[in-house]
Each structure stands twice: as structure tokens, then as C-alpha cells.
Ligand binder design. Sequence first.
Ligand SMILES: Nc1ncnc2c1ncn2[C@@H]1O[C@H](COP(=O)(O)OP(=O)(O)O)[C@@H](O)[C@H]1O
Ligand SMILES: [Mg+2]
Length: 152
Amino acid sequence: MTARPLPDADATEAAGAALGRVVRAGDVVALCGDLGAGKTTFVRGLALGAGADADEVASPTFALVNEYAGRVVIAHLDLYRLERERELDDIGFDDLLDRPEVAAVIEWADRFAHRLPRDHLRIELAHAADARTLTATATGPRSAALLAAWTA
Ligand SMILES: Nc1ncnc2c1ncn2[C@@H]1O[C@H](COP(=O)(O)OP(=O)(O)O)[C@@H](O)[C@H]1O
Ligand SMILES: [Mg+2]
């Protein structure tokens, strides 16, 4: 996908909402981008689009993972504060991703990229001085189908 402009925060949330309307249990979305790039804003939209109560959405700063119940369960992770890979095991990372009702959305997914399933939708939020953009990349057939449904 070519970089798509995100003129304001509403555009970031709307892009997330469109993805939330088509996300399925078993999907994994890896969000990458600097602090303030709009990752949590995107997840708020995604949760809303998936039918969850958007008021619930907050950065999973202390818990590292929040769950929002909608059409599917959105597991919202933020790996920013994770210091060691062992902590992924402490939060039950692999089991969480394996739960059949869960779609996982992971902020700072780059930090432990090797722990992501091979097939995931990578979303890069870029935060330049004058323009913000979103670039999505599918890494396998499942995420390719998700990307196609999202951009249809
Ligand atoms: N496309 C955008 N243009 C301008 N501001 C945005 C955009 N997307 C998000 N924001 C704002 O940027 C700030 C940081 O967003 P946030 O989602 O918390 O970033 P992150 O989770 O990547 O650290 C928020 O105030 C949010 O409203
Ligand atoms: Mg955030």
C-alpha cells in the first residue's frame, strides 16, 4: 500500500474504524511508529469499528494488554515498556494470540518483531513535521485478505 495521508486525528480514527469493521478473530495487526504517531488513536477507531465501546480504549500502559469486547475480542497490547522478551511470556503473549475469539492489535510491535506470527498486517504510522501518513503491508495470505477487505 502506498502511504496514505492522515490530515487529522479523526482521519487516523476513521482508518482504524474501517479496519475494525472487517477485522476477524485470529487477525494480528502490528502498529509501528514513534511516540505520538497516532497508534492509540488508530486502535480506538478499530475498537469502535469492531463494535466495542470506544470509551474503554486507553493505552495499556500498566497492564500491557487491554481487552475490548465487540463483534470479536480486541486485545490491545503496547510493548513500549517491555524491557525483556521474558515479559511477553509473563503476559501470556502466545496464548493470547492463539485464543480463537481474539484479534490482536499491538503497539510497538517492532520491539519484538520476531515474536509476531509470520502472517500479520503491519501498519506504519509516520509522523513527520508537516504530514502524517499510514502505510500498510500484508506479510501473508491472511493479512492480504484483511488488507483487501479494509481497502475495498
Ligand atoms: N493524523 C493525525 N493528525 C494530527 N494529530 C493526530 C493524528 N492522529 C493522531 N493525532 C494526535 O496525536 C496525539 C498522539 O496520538 P496517540 O494515538 O496517543 O499516539 P501513539 O499511541 O502513537 O503514541 C493525540 O493527541 C492524537 O489526537
Ligand atoms: Mg500509544
